[in-house]
Design a protein around this ligand. Structure first.
Ligand SMILES: NC(=O)c1ccc[n+]([C@@H]2O[C@H](COP(=O)([O-])OP(=O)(O)OC[C@H]3O[C@@H](n4cnc5c(N)ncnc54)[C@H](O)[C@@H]3O)[C@@H](O)[C@H]2O)c1
Ligand SMILES: [Zn+2]
Length: 373
């Protein structure tokens, strides 16, 4: 099979790389920037530390954002960029801060609200300001993706926008920043990366390169996620999870996500599940559906990682969810049996098209019913 590869993000990976921020900014001619983070990093002092590392190249901080960032946060951030003539953004945090900054870095070059682009009424031109992405979770891979996932409370939806402008110029992946992640977030974000790797492998649009990236990421996650969960100060486990998150992010960037990610959006929006936990909720069920109906690629992935077959891999995922106290049944998630038809309809999000087996609403209804105990 022939393929081309052209990944635009410069990745700087390693413990304490954040300390080199000033050199990284000057080498890339970045000045007069604004830091984007969520309020947690103001409270912990990390935001101030980043300002200090930038030696004045970051002039301002924007922190009016929440997990599952809203279109309102993006618009506010873009307005400040316009008013203060900010030249670049540095986003530090989980996927939420990174996604808010990615969208704001393009919207600020237009007179419009992000709503126009999120609804599909407009598409971005290539104009945007540069973005430095500094993840503090190990899971979303947002630091290497061209996607921003945004919530629009007025339209009652959470959905991704994809645009090549959204690729960060530089990603500084410093695993030290993930040491403070609480157990619940370690589990949820780690499962996000696992879902990225498995879904990229099974995607209809997989390529040889994404297969290699996805299999390497999944192997690392099966080996190190529980270690990072059990002992958050285990730097080796944290480093391996950060590496896996980047590899899985690169794999998804090539191949896309599939059914579990499609299902995750209404689960997050309607039942307030964290993104990774929402992906994990259906991941083992989707693996079983696909493994029963497709051409053996999932069994091939499972055997590369050391499982007997895809069903044993799905069993291990189910066991890990239990070990890490994640929501695994409808009851855990607060989903009523009577909600299932609507949930199945809302789960037919665009990523569903990438699934190797065509998914029908009836199949999702049956899958969700199967999670009733
Ligand atoms: N753009 C993409 O390619 C992509 C891919 C997957 C998911 N996402 C999106 O990313 C978002 C989820 O991001 P996330 O799971 O990284 O979490 P998040 O950014 O939503 O953060 C969740 C919570 O964890 C806290 N936190 C983050 N890092 C921490 C640390 N090191 N120590 C202690 N607390 C920390 C945050 O303050 C926040 O309260 C969702 O909106 C999801 O849809 C985007
Ligand atoms: Zn994800």
């Amino acid at each position: 099979m022939d393929f081309q590869s052209n990944h635009p993000v410069k990745i700087i990976f390693g413990s304490n790389k954040l300390n080199d921020l000033y050199n990284i900014l000057t080498e890339n001619n970045l000045h007069n920037g604004m830091l984007v983070c969520d309020p947690y990093f103001i409270k912990t002092g990390l935001a101030n530390k980043v300002m200090h590392y930038s030696k004045g190249l970051l002039k301002d901080i924007f922190f009016d954002l929440t997990p599952n960032p809203t279109i309102a946060s993006v618009d506010k951030c873009a307005e400040i960029i316009r008013n203060k003539n900010i030249n670049f953004l540095a986003a530090i945090g989980g996927g939420s801060a990174l996604d808010c900054a990615k969208a704001a870095a393009s919207v600020c070059m237009t007179p419009y609200s992000i709503v126009q682009f999120h609804s599909g009424d407009r598409v971005f031109t290539e104009k945007h300001i540069p973005l430095l992405a500094i993840p503090t979770t190990a899971g979303t891979g947002s630091e290497v993706s061209n996607e921003a996932v945004l919530t629009d409370p007025l339209r009652g939806m959470k959905a991704p926008i994809t645009c090549d402008n959204f690729y960060p110029t530089i990603a500084i992946v410093d695993p030290m920043l993930t040491l403070s992640l609480p157990q619940k977030s370690t589990a949820s974000t780690g499962f996000d990366a696992l879902a990225h790797s498995i879904e990229a492998y099974m995607s209809r649009f997989h390529k040889p390169e994404s297969d290699e990236l996805a299999a390497s990421a999944a192997k690392l996650i099966f080996e190190f996620l529980l270690k990072a969960y059990d002992d958050g100060s285990n730097l080796e486990a944290r480093e391996k999870m950060s590496r896996a998150s980047v590899l899985a992010g690169l794999a998804v960037d090539i191949a896309g996500t599939t059914a579990s990610h499609a299902c995750s959006y209404p689960l997050t929006y309607l039942y307030d599940m964290r993104h990774g936990e929402a992906c994990a909720f259906t991941l083992d069920s989707i693996i079983r559906i696909n493994a029963e109906a497709e051409d053996g690629r999932l069994h091939e992935l499972a055997s590369k990682i050391g499982f007997r077959d895809a069903f044993q891999m799905a069993d291990q995922i189910k066991a890990m969810k239990k070990q890490m106290g994640m929501k695994a049944t409808l009851k855990d998630a607060g989903i009523e049996l009577s909600d299932i038809d609507n949930l199945a309809i809302l789960s037919m999000q665009p990523d569903m098209i990438n699934n190797p087996v065509p998914i029908k609403i009836d199949m999702l209804i049956e899958m969700y019913r199967g999670l009733s105990k």
